[in-house]
Design a protein around this ligand. Sequence first.
Ligand code: ATP
Ligand SMILES: Nc1nc2c(ncn2[C@@H]2O[C@H](COP(=O)(O)O)[C@@H](O)[C@H]2O)c(=O)[nH]1
Length: 215
Amino acid sequence: MSAPTFTTQSAEGTLFIVAAPSGAGKSTLVNALLGREPGISLSISHTTRPPRPGEQYGRHYYFVERADFQREVAEGIFLEHAEVHGNFYGTSRTTVQELLGQGRDVLLEIDWQGAALVRKAKPDVVSVFILPPSRAELERRLRGRGSDSDEVIERRLRNSRGEIAHAHEFDYIIVNDRFEDALDGLQAIVRAVRQGSALQCQRHEGLLRELLTES
Ligand SMILES: Nc1ncnc2c1ncn2[C@@H]1O[C@H](COP(=O)(O)OP(=O)(O)OP(=O)(O)O)[C@@H](O)[C@H]1O
Ligand SMILES: Nc1nc2c(ncn2[C@@H]2O[C@H](COP(=O)(O)O)[C@@H](O)[C@H]2O)c(=O)[nH]1
């Protein structure tokens, strides 16, 4: 993890973070949210992960070689970066800063480590953690997506408990059981924040206990 710095401006947009264990459905939710709320810009991350079938450079990620990523780290281009499931991922500082400076809301789809770094640099960030309804359903979704090898899926499932253990650090927790309900919940958070109001935040402690202890 790197220690980021960040300059804030007065009339800037809001920075949102959406995080989740792999397979919980965050990309699907975020894409649907962007369809409903065109005023939000998604920050496209840089990654050393190889592209999945159908993924495009500049649309899903900026896919880079490890050596190039390390050079970018040294150049300080990242607002945050982290190693996740054996690959490196980073968020471009200038992209985010420019969009926020233009008054646009920006959404980062990043992991809990990146979220912790961004929170330090920009404490007014609004963060949301997405939970699956059960570990069995998380595994079904990861396998059903059909985009990763068994080895990658098993690694991601192993890592999921450690990721879920950080859910309490987030402002909001949403359970992605029925998709439309989860999407409505995410949109309600965005709208409340834009209106300057706070939403009642359900902490889902029972489910969290289950997800952290279930075998
Ligand atoms: N509420 C839901 N019910 C059933 N399936 C869902 C639901 N939400 C998402 N999915 C499916 O689960 C799979 C994983 O979703 P998605 O790729 O969005 O996960 P993710 O959290 O972004 O994972 P990763 O971090 O690995 O990119 C996809 O096949 C998606 O269609
Ligand atoms: N800290 C960061 N995490 C990121 C970033 N971009 C994506 N991610 C997270 O990595 C995992 C795996 O993503 P996948 O596309 O390989 O399935 C997931 O949790 C993403 O949210 C980033 O820029 N920084």
